[in-house]
Design a protein around this ligand. Structure first.
Ligand code: FAD
Ligand code: NDP
Length: 426
């Protein structure tokens, strides 16, 4: 025996929180919606974990960053779910799902059934073991995906203040954690395989600006190599990080951010998968019409790319969740999800935003010596992507609008000359 709901959201992260709010806006009855989450707290704004949460002074702590404060909407506290008659089954892992029978089996042995399921299981951090390196479970090695990880990192920073922190990975986690570690007075070295940081998004010129800025804050870079092993003491603490180039770095704390894998294994063999995620249509509906997928785990058609992609960013999680709920409540009588990809980061005093696709020819503009600067990507004569560091609200809105309109660009030199002015006048 178990409980039955009309709507079940599997996963209790960003997408789940925004989906819950959208359900209440569109009017559901008490007892119709259930959220099942492995985490021990209701949905929160995950981006806070690598930013405000890691500050040494006045750090962000729950309940201040429950969803949906990140989009300037209501903060959904545990009481909010109670008041709205939403069943929160937290601290509970779903072990298996049967999409034919429309049931989920939890770790505590309960069977929960649904009429409509939203998969919002997000992703897990890739482990070093998957690259043949042992020692991820050492006392002072830290990943950063959930609140438990963030609490561990805060404890490690406190207990080894002034020590050496090695950051493995030059992506989002690496960049944001390195900045936080510096702010917490650690000596930081970043190690990554590429020639420059944020290789999947930044051009060498953009990366060079951030790397120089990080260097001015004391961060050292070891590029073009990867970790080969740890030296681990008898107290289960890593004392040094050994690199493939033969060098060795003393370590008090190691933070690893080497990418993620979507949590889709419960659905393998049951739903169509694509590009590492659960394939959905423009209504976020999977190959089973009663099952929708949103957020990091969903591979959906992105018009500006002209193909399906899986995005790993918070704006996409929020908006895809809302779109799925709209589609469910409107019995699929909705337009196709028309999403303009939006990524951002805030590090030290810097802040950037990116919209669209970083494909085609690149045109840089602005003041790369510390002012406002950016880049446009032009593919087949159209603007498809825009990046801006240090912009105002209006300037960010302008590059977003320009990128969505995909204006024609005939002359790259002229685009470079106009710079930000091009977006402001589109
Ligand atoms: P998640 O938020 O990861 O939620 C998934 C939920 O599902 C979790 O609660 C998980 O425990 C649960 N779950 C999974 N499997 C099961 C199961 N079998 N049973 C029960 N529960 C399960 N993006 C940006 O755009 N900007 C940022 O600044 C930014 N900062 C970030 C900082 C950090 C530290 C991290 C980790 C990510 C950041 N991101 C950022 C990415 C962004 O947070 C994600 O894209 C977003 O959280 C995805 O939302 P989601 O709901 O799909 O997945
Ligand atoms: P990313 O994919 O951003 O970066 C991973 C980095 O690690 C890449 O530079 C990758 O190189 C490198 N790498 C891969 N394997 C190794 C290895 N064996 N040794 C050293 N480096 C390696 O993932 P993150 O872990 O940084 O971030 C995890 C998730 O969190 C992402 O979904 C991200 O979007 C999200 N996030 C987003 C933020 C934001 O939007 N502001 C902030 C924080 C997290 P290569 O490219 O060659 O594989």
């Amino acid at each position: 025996m178990g409980r039955a709901f009309v709507y079940v959201i599997l996963g209790g992260g960003v997408a789940a929180g925004y989906a819950a709010l959208e359900f209440t806006k569109r009017g559901i009855s008490h007892g119709e919606l259930c959220i099942i989450s492995e985490e021990s707290v209701p949905p929160y704004e995950r981006p806070a974990l690598s930013k405000g949460f890691l500050l040494p002074e006045a750090p962000a702590r729950l309940p201040s960053f429950h969803t949906c404060v990140g989009a300037n909407e209501e903060r959904l506290t545990p009481e909010w779910y109670k008041e709205h008659g939403i069943e929160l089954v937290i601290g509970t892992q779903v072990k298996s799902v049967d999409v034919r029978r429309k049931t989920l089996l939890t770790g505590s042995g309960e069977t929960i059934s649904y009429k409509v399921l939203i998969i919002a299981t997000g992703a897990r951090a890739l482990k070093l073991e998957e690259f043949g390196v042992k020692g991820s479970d050492s006392e002072n090695v830290c990943y950063l995906r959930d609140l438990a990880d963030a609490n561990r990192l805060v404890d490690l920073m406190e207990s080894s203040s002034g020590g050496n922190a090695i950051v493995i990975g030059g992506g989002y986690i690496g960049m944001e954690c390195a900045a936080s570690l510096v702010i917490n007075r650690m000596n930081v070295t970043m190690v990554f395989p590429e020639e420059h940081c944020m290789a999947r998004l930044f051009t060498p010129k953009i990366a060079s600006f951030y790397e120089e800025f990080y260097k001015s804050k004391g961060v050292k870079f070891v590029k073009g190599t990867i970790l080969s092993s740890f030296d681990i003491a008898s107290n289960r603490k890593v004392t040094a990080v050994n690199l493939r180039d033969g060098s060795s770095l003393p370590a008090d704390v190691v933070v690893v951010g080497i990418g993620i894998r979507p949590n889709k294994s419960l659905f393998e063999g049951q739903l169509t998968l694509e590009k590492g995620g659960i394939k959905v249509n423009g209504k976020m509906q999977s190959s089973n019409s009663s099952v929708y997928a949103v957020g990091d785990v969903a591979t959906f058609p992105v018009k500006v790319f002209g193909e399906s992609r899986r995005l790993e960013h918070v704006d996409s999680a929020r908006k895809s969740a809302r779109h799925a709920v709209t589609a469910i409540m409107e019995r699929n009588q909705v337009d196709e999800f028309d999403y303009l990809p939006f990524f951002y980061s805030r590090i030290f005093t810097l802040s950037w935003q990116f919209y669209g696709d970083n494909a085609g020819d690149v045109v840089h503009f602005g003041d790369f010596s510390g002012g406002t600067f950016g880049a446009y990507w032009v593919r087949k004569g159209q603007l498809v992507g825009s990046f801006l560091e240090g912009g105002t609200k209006e300037e960010y809105e302008a590059i977003a609008k320009a990128t969505r309109l995909k204006p024609e660009v005939e002359d790259l030199a002229e685009l470079e000359r106009q710079g930000l002015g091009f977006a402001l006048t589109v």
